[in-house]
Design a protein around this ligand. Structure first.
Ligand SMILES: [Zn+2]
Length: 282
């Protein structure tokens, strides 16, 4: 589903201005779409004959709700579902005055696709901020794309976004692709976004906060990078202790594993040693 489509004259039409039961065409795949929704459901266009490869067709109700939330928050300075024909992409939200794109992601995505999208939009002169849906991107088993996105500015949309619309930041503790915990969940205000200089990290931060300090290009009002910039490092104490308790186990586990692997060799050397002694004393 989507909120923009072309009319017969190939002009973009917002769903609220579209006529019920009239045919429009999809911005991406060109298939026929129609208006649906109303009192209890967000107005949207749906595909009459869904094209499975069309990304706009794949957008869920949550995706549209998050997109609409961002549009309402950022107002007239941004636009929804903007086509970039030369790179073959349609961005969810474009904030032209800041050269920023918000990509909402509610479904699984590969790390390669994340990288490709960032690179394509950078070519077009835009930086991407990712808004990830909690239901998909806060699972216990951390996907390759979630892990890769730790290097890039991203925030989370509340799991039950349709009834609790909020975007937040938090500090994850991840070890060997397992999410062990999350700390310091705090609502953020994306309309107050600022470019930042990447700097060398400061000590006493959890692992994935180091990455942010070194690699993220933006921070927003209320987020954890802002807290770091304000030198509020004590707020990470609990996350640090929690993470340290696991890294301790990791070292122990590692050394016992090494011992286990080497045991057969020790046994072999020992028997050769005793055999040689036995032979020499005969
Ligand atoms: Zn389509």
């Amino acid at each position: 589903m989507q909120v923009y489509a072309f009319n017969k004259n190939q002009n973009r039409v917002f769903v609220e201005a579209a006529e019920q039961a009239s045919d429009y065409s999809c911005l991406e795949c060109g298939q026929t779409v129609r208006k649906r929704g109303g009192l209890h459901k967000q107005l949207h266009f749906y595909h009459l004959h869904p094209e499975t490869s069309c990304r706009l067709n794949g957008k869920s109700a949550e995706h549209i709700a998050i997109q609409r939330y961002l549009k309402n928050l950022l107002g007239e300075t941004c636009e929804e579902e903007v086509a970039f024909p030369h790179i073959g992409r349609i961005a969810d939200i474009v904030w032209f005055s800041k050269n920023l794109i918000f990509e909402v992601q509610c479904s699984p995505i590969t790390a390669d696709e994340v990288r490709a999208r960032i690179a394509d939009y950078e070519k077009a002169g835009f930086q991407v901020i990712w808004i990830l849906h909690e239901a998909e991107f806060c699972k216990k088993r951390v996907s390759a794309s979630t892990l890769w996105l730790q290097n890039h500015t991203h925030y989370f949309a509340e799991n039950d976004f349709l009834s609790t619309p909020a975007i937040y930041d938090f500090c994850p503790v991840i070890l060997r692709q397992k999410r062990l915990g999350s700390f310091l969940k705090r609502p953020i205000d994306l309309s107050q976004i600022q470019k930042r200089k990447r700097v060398k990290t400061v000590a006493s931060l959890p692992t994935y906060m180091h990455k942010r300090v070194e690699l993220w290009n933006y921070f927003v009002s209320g987020d954890l990078l802002e807290a770091i910039e304000n030198n509020e490092l004590h707020i990470f104490d609990e996350a640090n202790q929690f993470e340290a308790s696991f890294s301790g186990n990791k070292t122990q586990e590692k050394s016992s594993l090494t011992e286990k692997l080497l045991q057969p060799f020790f046994r072999l050397f020992k028997s050769i040693y005793y055999y040689l002694i036995e032979q020499s004393t005969r």
